[in-house]
Design a protein around this ligand. Structure first.
Ligand code: ASP
Ligand code: MG
Length: 421
């Protein structure tokens, strides 16, 4: 017997038919003898609608009250938890729904982006034993014990609820049921030959997730890494009755790197076209200039990503290049222009038609020359590299957006990630 968390995202519970389909997935695992906690998202689109209603209700935006926002947006998950419990009972599965405040899932008081502090796993485990009962838990929400108010965890937060609950009940695995059947080496819409990964290490998944492979909320992967919760990404659209609960269903296991036998050098390639490049020309090469530049950007809440600065050749001036989200490009230029006196520079250049390609793999830690191969392959296709950054398990290249697909495909083949035809 195993203890499992089964999490279902918005598209998996989008309507009543799909909720009944989810109930069949749950019943299969219950019949196989497992102890089950289910975590559900709101029906797809429901949270967006609730957010819009909050916005429409308030004309004077400075009066925004995040406690009431949470009271409203948390309701989407309340509905699905109750509906799934009903659908399970209809299949003669003993089930009970739980809201975050009932369990409770205790969080910080940061409404709209609260952090989970504690989950009472013991009472769930007791009910598994005493009643053989499936717990159906509303994701995304919790309770701030200091104020007694409902909180939410930020968009996509049900993933984080699921992993936190899995840690609290010492689950053998946290299954994330979604609309894709796993994590791929890159976006299959761009590279049809992208392969589903059997396994990926937490650290690699963190890089992929934060680079926009929208499979899971980044924080849920962080939490999984800290508590070593094995996370299995799989599809809820595989027919529930065709799956062997003791078999090896298709999906991707996110796990500790020690569980991965054959480590590839490169595991995946992520890319983002939502980047803009800013180059600040001829800043003085002296202490305090970077602080004068990046301080105001941070204050304006602009997320700076790649930063490249050259060593000055004349000892006097140098250039600093960095990237920001394309949506913040104009605002970033304005912030810098306003701080021109403090920073001191000759000219501001920028481009929005750029893309960032990132190559990720734990194997890079022990292999030299991985990036050099990429430079050569891109050069052979006349793709110019504007900027490069590296870390232990990743390197990122900034290129012209027009070459995104060619570059991703080239690197995907180069590192042997194409699936056999
Ligand atoms: N329903 C919430 C959202 O749409 C949380 C989640 O689905 O994970 O962001
Ligand atoms: Mg999601």
């Amino acid at each position: 017997m195993s203890r499992l968390v089964m999490k279902f995202g918005g598209t998996s519970v989008a309507d009543i038919d799909r909720i009944r389909n989810v109930a069949l997935h749950v019943k299969r695992e219950v019949d196989a003898g497992h102890e089950i906690a289910v975590v559900v998202s709101a029906m797809s689109g429901a949270t967006d609608q609730l957010v819009r209603w909050c916005e429409q209700s308030l004309k004077r935006r400075h009066l925004f009250d995040a406690r009431e926002y949470d009271a409203v947006v948390a309701s989407g998950e309340q509905v699905t938890a109750g509906l799934l419990a009903i659908a399970l009972q209809d299949l003669d599965v003993n089930a009970r729904s739980w809201q975050g405040w009932q369990l409770p899932i205790e969080t910080s008081g940061a409404h709209g982006s609260a952090r989970i502090l504690d989950v009472d796993g013991e009472s769930l485990v007791r009910r598994f034993k005493e009643r053989g009962e499936v717990a159906v838990i509303a994701g995304f929400q919790g309770l701030n014990p200091e104020t007694g108010r409902i909180t939410t965890l930020g968009r996509g937060g049900s993933d984080t609820s699921a992993v936190a609950i899995a840690a609290a009940i010492c689950a053998d695995r946290c299954d994330i049921y979604t609309d894709v059947d796993g994590v791929y080496t890159t976006d299959p819409r761009v590279v049809p030959r992208a392969k589903r990964l059997e396994r990926i290490a937490f650290e690699e998944m963190l890089e992929l997730a934060s680079l926009g492979a929208k499979v899971m909320q980044v924080r849920s992967v962080e939490l999984g890494m800290v508590h070593n919760v094995r996370i299995f990404v799989r599809s809820s659209f595989d027919p529930p009755d065709k799956i062997d609960p003791h078999g090896n269903p298709p999906g991707t296991l996110i796990c500790d790197e020690g569980e991965i036998m054959e480590q590839q050098t490169v595991t995946g390639i992520a890319f983002s076209r939502d980047e803009a490049q800013i180059s600040v020309r001829q800043v003085l090469d002296k202490p305090g200039v970077a602080a004068a530049l990046f301080g105001p950007l941070a204050e304006a809440n602009i997320n700076v990503d790649m930063i490249v600065q050259n060593v000055s050749s004349d000892g006097k001036t140098t250039d600093i290049t960095f990237t920001v989200p394309a949506a913040d490009y104009q605002r970033a230029l304005d912030v810098i222009a306003n701080a021109k006196r403090e920073i001191g520079y000759a000219r501001l250049d920028g481009a929005t038609d750029v893309a960032k390609i990132s190559v990720i793999g734990i194997g890079m830690r022990s292999h030299a020359g991985v990036a050099a191969q990429a430079f050569k392959a891109l050069a052979e296709r006349s793709i110019n590299i504007r900027a490069i950054t590296t870390s232990e398990i990743k390197f990122s290249l900034l290129i012209d957006a027009a070459f995104t697909e060619l570059a991703v495909r080239t690197l995907h083949s180069l590192y042997g990630l194409d699936k056999a035809a």
